[in-house]
Ligand binder design. Structure first.
Ligand code: 9MG
Length: 287
């Protein structure tokens, strides 16, 4: 993060201090995520999982009801509301958690803001019809992620004419300009390179290596690499054996300026990130 980057983010009732890196815990509320013994069981399970992530040091809980995996089922607005709303309401009411909502759907953005969510995380960077104005009127910070196409087709043949980091930076700069034109203030924006979204392994590795290019945009950076296939492909590991690879990537991302890391395994990432930060801080204090 450079000196122009805002370090205190207003997230509804919460203030998020980004002068040091923070962990965002992933809470998927798709039908396969929790036991299917009825609505209350699912909400209770989600609450328990969120409570555990907060106890392990997560600053934010990212709740998502629509899978972004290639080939994932497309769901209706009502299905997404039904999955997400009871969980967001419970997290706000029972845990007073800072909840981010992983959604591209304007109705979900509006409803979640109404019940006390603190952030919008949109992998489609507000390109769905009505999303820009819903996000603007929510008053919440928004994470704009880079992605070409849609989750269903994004991995078909990802191609960048120039250096991937330059193209991602210029795409995000254009989305920031579009947000500002729609009344969404710059101070409310976060940027995300979108690891694994319309990118080959080589694109992902280069993008992380050159993340300083995105720092030049002067907004806080959020990254999500936890358990992703880039780790599986480099290390030849199945999804349940990708933690060590993910910790290495998180340390490198922090060193390159990331201020929010979206992860599944909160405890180990808190330690890895705090350790990395201690080294960086010590370097700073000795010039
Ligand atoms: C929802 N989701 C899945 N992967 C993600 C990533 O890398 N970044 C953000 N912001 N959201 C993501």
């Amino acid at each position: 993060m450079d000196s122009r980057t805002p370090s205190l983010l207003a997230c509804g009732r919460h203030r998020l201090d980004l002068s040091f890196p923070r962990i965002m815990g992933i809470l998927n509320v798709t039908p396969d995520s929790f036991s299917d013994g009825g609505r209350h069981v699912a909400v209770d399970d989600a609450l328990e999982r969120a409570e555990q992530m907060l106890a392990e040091g997560a600053a934010i809980i990212d709740v998502g009801g629509e899978s972004t995996r290639p080939g994932a089922e497309v769901i209706s607005v009502q299905q997404e509301l039904d999955r997400v709303m009871p969980v967001v309401e419970a997290l706000v009411r029972e845990l007073d958690a800072l909840v981010s909502v992983d959604t591209s759907t304007p109705e979900v953005m509006r409803e979640c803001a109404r019940v006390g969510a603190g952030m919008i995380n949109d992998v489609r960077n507000l390109r769905r019809e009505g999303a820009m104005s819903a996000a603007a009127s929510s008053g919440l910070p928004v994470c704009l992620m880079h992605m070409l196409g849609e989750p269903g087709n994004m991995q078909q043949a990802p191609h960048y004419a120039g250096a991937v980091e330059d193209e991602v930076a210029s795409f995000l700069a254009q989305r920031v300009a579009a947000c500002e034109a729609a009344g969404l203030k710059r101070e409310r924006l976060l940027l995300d390179p979108g690891f694994g979204f319309a990118k080959t392994v080589e694109h992902n590795l280069r993008l992380l290596h050159r993340m300083d290019r995105l720092n030049e945009l002067g907004l806080p950076l959020l990254v999500g690499m936890s358990r992703k296939s880039m780790i599986g492909k480099v290390l030849d590991r199945p999804v349940e054996e990708r933690l060590a690879g993910g910790l290495a990537l998180s340390a490198l991302a922090v060193e390159r300026g990331a201020r929010i890391l979206r992860v599944h395994d909160v405890g180990p990432h808190v330690d890895a990130v705090n350790m990395t930060w201690a080294v960086l801080e010590e370097g700073e204090s000795h010039g």
